[in-house]
Design a protein around this ligand. Structure first.
Ligand SMILES: C[S@@+](CC[C@H](N)C(=O)[O-])C[C@H]1O[C@@H](n2cnc3c(N)ncnc32)[C@H](O)[C@@H]1O
Length: 486
């Protein structure tokens, strides 16, 4: 039992940035409860003594964020009821990833060491979390924008409650009626084209649905002032097209009003607007970045960015618990190293989405099918139901037999053959070792991720076709007629 628990915690932490304060030391609820009496009522203890909080209780998650910011970062913070409540470890991952981008030599630095890094947080919210963390952990300067009165009022309050960093942060209101001055466009732009959906043609997804345009207030163009220069922009965009879509996760309660969570066209349209603005603002920012909530959107957006002439595109995956989000970054500065336009993120880390899952199927059913799929060809499989993954070791012959199998009925045949799986592949030098994890995105949507565990094997080049084959099998079995094939 203890062994299992240890594995689960390690798996949960795997997606945390190594410099994240919480990567080796997750928040200690018992300690915080003993130090902060206001947090104590929200902590309860499992039979084995582990302290927990109820993630579906907004007051509990808000109090946790408040005490973490105070205890670990010396930040005074509060938000009104119902507003989006950030989780501190998760928001720190994005900050540290930007720190990596700024330090990398992919694009030239050409800035003096004494210059303070300056960032722009698009949609800072009432919580103003990125400017507060960026300023306090790394000493960065920020402009944080938002369009709602409540966000501007509370972001300002949160800044003013922290006089030690308040000089580093400016909160800027975005107005619906803000017009984009012609002069600004011609000054900043080296590219022709309007600011509406015209500069990037609205994309058709591979599932055939047309994406709608963003039609809200300005995002960067019209908000950034003439002569301003930034090292980066960042954004946790309104992810959803409707509030119903946004309220689907029954396992957490981080609040979030419709203004915070929803915009026409959802995150795809919002980030497309950032891309359009970036084409006009070009070198005003060294890096343009955004969070992306859906893998399908990530792939489409990466193509859009290459199509508008970016010199560099970078992506990363942020994993927390069973939720994945992606970081997307691009630049128009001349790349110091040549980058090939590629949609592959990392060859030893592949993933796809299972969308529109039939109601009767759970993530565990998918996990069992993964196991059956590989054990049916004789591969050795170890299913860890706590970590929601299967570790697979397959010999060269077994890989060949998996790849030769017909996609359509493979799973059922595999179930039939399951008891024949030998367990001695570990010792074979050409065996491929990999892990398949199943992560819940939101109800009806799962992320299936494959990780090559040993890159040195002579068969590691077959990982991608093996994973592609698994994708076809699972979509066929679980999402017939509705699965989105990436
Ligand atoms: C998902 S919330 C993110 C809040 C905060 N940054 C965080 O990570 O918790 C999105 C925010 O974007 C704001 N927003 C929407 N459209 C905007 C625009 N055009 N310019 C600036 N902010 C905008 C919303 O009001 C909301 O506060």
């Amino acid at each position: 039992m203890a062994g299992k628990r240890k594995r689960k915690n390690a798996a949960e932490r795997r997606g945390i940035h190594p410099r994240n304060k919480y990567s080796d030391n997750p928040p200690d609820f018992a300690l915080l409860a003993s130090l902060y009496p206001s947090f104590e009522p929200f902590v309860f203890y499992l039979r084995d003594g582990r302290p927990k909080i109820d993630w579906t209780d907004f007051n509990a998650t808000r109090e946790l964020t408040r005490v973490l910011l105070l205890h670990d970062h010396g930040i005074n913070w509060w938000i009104p009821d119902g507003q989006l409540c950030p989780t501190v470890p998760n928001r720190l991952n994005y900050i540290h990833w930007i720190e990596d981008l700024l330090a990398s030599d992919v694009i030239p630095t050409n800035r003096a060491d004494c210059d303070v890094i300056k960032g722009f947080d698009i949609g800072t919210g009432t919580n103003c979390i990125y400017p507060l963390l960026g300023a306090s952990v790394l000493g960065w300067k920020f402009v944080g924008s938002d369009m709602t009165d409540v966000a501007i009022e509370w972001a300002n309050r949160n800044v003013e409650s922290n006089p030690h960093i308040s000089h580093l942060i400016e909160i800027r209101k975005v107005h619906f009626e803000d017009s984009i001055e012609e002069s600004q466009i011609s000054q900043k732009s080296s590219n022709e084209g309007g600011s509406e959906c015209s500069s990037i043609k609205s994309e058709e997804t591979r599932s055939g649905t047309k994406k709608s345009c963003y039609n809200g207030p300005p995002v960067l163009l019209g908000v950034v002032k003439d002569e301003e220069m930034f090292d980066f922009c960042m954004c946790n965009p309104p992810f959803f097209e409707t509030i119903e879509e946004g309220g689907l996760n029954p396992k957490t309660s981080c609040g979030g009003t419709s203004e915070e969570m929803v915009c026409s066209g959802g995150e795809h349209a919002f980030i497309t607007r950032i891309i359009e603005d970036s084409v006009k603002l070009k070198h005003t920012f060294r890096w343009y970045t955004s969070m992306v909530g859906r893998k399908l959107n990530l792939n489409t957006l990466v193509s859009e960015i290459w199509n508008v002439g970016a010199t560099v595109v970078k992506t990363t995956e942020f994993v927390q618990g069973r939720t994945s989000r992606w970081g997307l970054a691009w630049s128009f500065l001349p790349a110091s190293r040549k980058m090939l336009p590629s949609h592959k993120i990392e060859e030893n880390n592949l993933s796809f989405m299972l969308e529109g899952l039939h109601r009767q199927h759970s993530g565990f059913d998918v996990l069992q099918s993964v196991e059956s799929h590989f054990s049916g060809s004789g591969a050795s499989c170890k299913l860890d139901s706590a970590a929601f993954n299967v570790d697979i070791t397959a010999s060269k012959d077994q890989i060949d037999s998996i790849l030769k199998a017909e996609t359509h009925n493979t799973v059922d045949a595999a179930e039939f053959n399951r008891s024949n799986s030998p367990n001695d592949q570990q010792s074979q030098p050409d065996a491929m070792r990999f892990r398949i994890s199943v992560l819940q995105q939101n109800p009806g949507t799962l992320l299936v991720r494959g990780t090559l565990l040993d890159r040195s094997s002579s068969t590691s080049g077959l990982f991608s076709p093996i994973f592609q084959h698994l994708k076809d099998v699972l979509i066929n079995k679980f999402c017939t007629g509705r699965g989105i094939k990436l």
